[in-house]
Design a protein around this ligand. Structure first.
Ligand SMILES: Nc1ncnc2c1ncn2[C@@H]1O[C@H](COP(=O)(O)OP(=O)(O)OP(=O)(O)O)[C@@H](O)[C@H]1O
Ligand SMILES: [Mg+2]
Length: 152
């Protein structure tokens, strides 16, 4: 099941993320795919806001993982752009994916594919005209719950 939106501004992208963040639950996984500058981190900021996180949200490029702690969630934001698959064992990803209060959003997820549950939400960001095309694809029932909510 998939759902597609056109976003004409960074604020629209964040707003879509915020909607999703409001209903995000522990163990949800969102992978964010798209070229450099396509809007993955902007969307992730919206998700963190929607989940109730008030602090700084930024690309975790150097730290690789950031934790946004809210009342209901430990929201992990990963960016594995610089990481290859044989290095992921050193980052402690299994602690994030294994956190019962944890939800994960991940940019450049390829290196972490052995950790990704098959049930997740995949979101792709593509440059289109002056804005971005954002496409959500549910992989399993958890992903579907999130897509269904954004549809309504
Ligand atoms: N409709 C839009 N949605 C999101 N970002 C937009 C949009 N239009 C313009 N932008 C701009 O595109 C950039 C998106 O940057 P962002 O850091 O979110 O990309 P990214 O996909 O995380 O890149 P990276 O792969 O480097 O991490 C911002 O500078 C933002 O202002
Ligand atoms: Mg980014």
């Amino acid at each position: 099941m998939s759902l597609s939106f056109y976003s004409s501004s960074v604020d629209e992208t964040k707003e879509l993320g915020r909607k999703l963040g409001r209903i995000l639950k522990p163990l949800d996984i969102i992978s964010l795919a798209g070229n450099l500058g396509a809007g993955k981190t902007a969307f992730a900021e919206g998700v963190a806001r929607g989940a109730g996180f008030k602090g700084d949200v930024m690309s975790p490029s150097f730290g690789l993982v950031r934790l946004y702690r809210t009342r209901k969630l430990n929201l992990y934001h990963m960016d594995l752009f610089r990481v290859s698959e044989n290095e992921t064992g050193e980052i402690g990803l299994e602690d994030c994916f294994g956190d019962p209060k944890g939800a994960v959003m991940i940019e450049w997820a390829r290196a972490a594919r052995i950790y990704l549950a098959s049930d997740r939400l995949e979101i792709s960001f593509e440059y289109k005209k002056e804005g971005r095309q954002i496409t959500l694809r549910a992989r399993g029932p958890r992903g579907r719950r999130l897509v269904d909510f954004l549809k309504s």
